[in-house]
Design a protein around this ligand. Structure first.
Ligand code: ATP
Length: 221
């Protein structure tokens, strides 16, 4: 039977991915060096095995080649994470997602050819920092090193005014890509669209521009 996902490393991050994918009905092969960790996932994942992912023969024996998407969630042992990624790449895995421990690790993973490099602690830190700055900043998602998407609630500074009136694009270089208003979603709103209190705006832009937009229009005095 074709396994759809493999998760290598069942720490908090890998374990959470494994649980969620399994809960969504995906077939997951869970792999860890640590017997206790593997036992924890025996009843959760479709398959749970004790194995060292830096051993190419082990990976082959596990039939990892038949898996479409492998998530490498080995944290502290950066060497093991890179070696595993390299071998998965050589084995021709279609999609490889790897958790990076720091920026250097991320750079090397990109060079090796990881398809997605995630940095959960850093990203979550940023998101939480933004939500701490203001209750009106609901979410913050990094698109690249210097571009992000932010979800903000319209407070007194924006409500009752139109996008053109606020001059968000010209003044701040940001684009409002959608407005959520109760159950309605207005995609690519017109410049004349009037913002109502409690509307949720999805805004995309360069970090420095988003920062000015937040300071001037989102954060309440
Ligand atoms: P988290 O913060 O997500 O809890 P972490 O970043 O601290 O995790 P580690 O605990 O270092 O990550 O590693 C995650 C898991 O990866 C551990 O359970 C560890 O046993 C496993 N692991 C480490 N090296 C290998 C390897 N070569 N093969 C398989 N599993 C491994």
């Amino acid at each position: 039977m074709k396994r759809e996902f493999a998760v290598i490393g069942l720490g908090r991050f890998g374990g959470s991915i494994c649980r969620e994918l399994s809960r969504e009905g995906m077939e997951v092969l869970a792999i860890d060096l640590d017997e206790d960790k593997v036992n924890e996932y025996r009843d959760i994942a479709a398959h749970a095995v004790i194995a060292d992912s830096t051993d190419e023969n082990v990976l082959k024996e596990l039939g990892i080649r038949n898996i479409d998407h492998v998530i490498v969630a080995i944290g502290d042992n950066i060497q093991a994470s890179m070696l595993t990624t390299l071998m998965l790449k050589e084995l021709g895995i279609k999609t490889i997602t790897v958790k990076a421990q720091n920026d250097y690790h991320e750079k090397i993973l990109n060079k090796i050819g990881a398809d997605h490099v995630v940095h959960p602690e850093r990203d979550m830190g940023k998101r939480i920092a933004h939500s701490i700055i203001s209750n009106n900043i609901l979410d913050y998602i990094e698109l690249s090193d210097d571009h992000s998407v932010v979800e903000v609630k319209a407070g007194s500074k924006m409500s009752g005014r139109s996008l053109v009136d606020l001059d968000i694009r010209a003044e701040y270089g940001c684009n409002v890509v959608a407005i959520k208003r109760k159950k309605e979603v207005i995609v690519s709103p017109m410049a004349t669209e009037e913002i109502l209190e409690n509307d949720i705006l999805i805004v995309i832009g360069a970090d420095k521009d988003i920062s000015r937009f937040e300071k001037n229009l989102v954060i309440e005095d």
